[in-house]
Design a protein around this ligand. Structure first.
Ligand code: HEC
Length: 99
């Protein structure tokens, strides 16, 4: 998971390879729009990736201490950080409609 966040922030690394289709639909950005947004809002993207790394290391520490309540809370927090990045960089329009 720590490595996933590192891969996410590699400049211009594509999350979906050329010719691959990003899961999407109405309100979802296309791969080249996502790539442009990742470049223009790089600090926000780095912050979102760091959020994933932080949430993951908290969950890992909780697992190592066998702290189940903290682990469950961490799982929810990890979902939140996934969503926080996706709503900015993957489906901002879809997210805006839901709110
Ligand atoms: C720092 C930003 C960021 C974080 C954090 C993040 N993602 Fe994503 N994710 C993206 C972007 C951007 C896309 C859209 C695909 C693209 O860029 O080509 C995506 C796409 C996806 C996809 C679809 C891939 C496909 O083939 O269509 C899945 C599944 C996914 N993310 C799961 C997750 C999960 C689970 C987490 C949390 C553990 C997470 N992501 C955290 C940025 C992020």
């Amino acid at each position: 998971m720590t490595e996933v966040a590192n891969l996410l922030v590699m400049p211009d690394r594509k999350i979906v390879p050329d010719g691959g289709v990003v899961a999407g639909g109405k309100g979802y950005l296309l791969a080249d729009q996502i790539a442009a947004l990742k470049r223009s809002k790089r600090p926000a993207f780095l912050k979102a990736a760091k959020g994933l790394q932080d949430a993951w290391s908290e969950a890992l520490a909780a697992a190592n201490r066998r702290d189940v309540p903290a682990l469950l809370a961490g799982r929810i927090q990890i979902e939140d950080v996934c969503e926080a990045c996706h709503t900015q960089f993957w489906y901002p329009a879809a997210a805006a409609q839901e709110n």
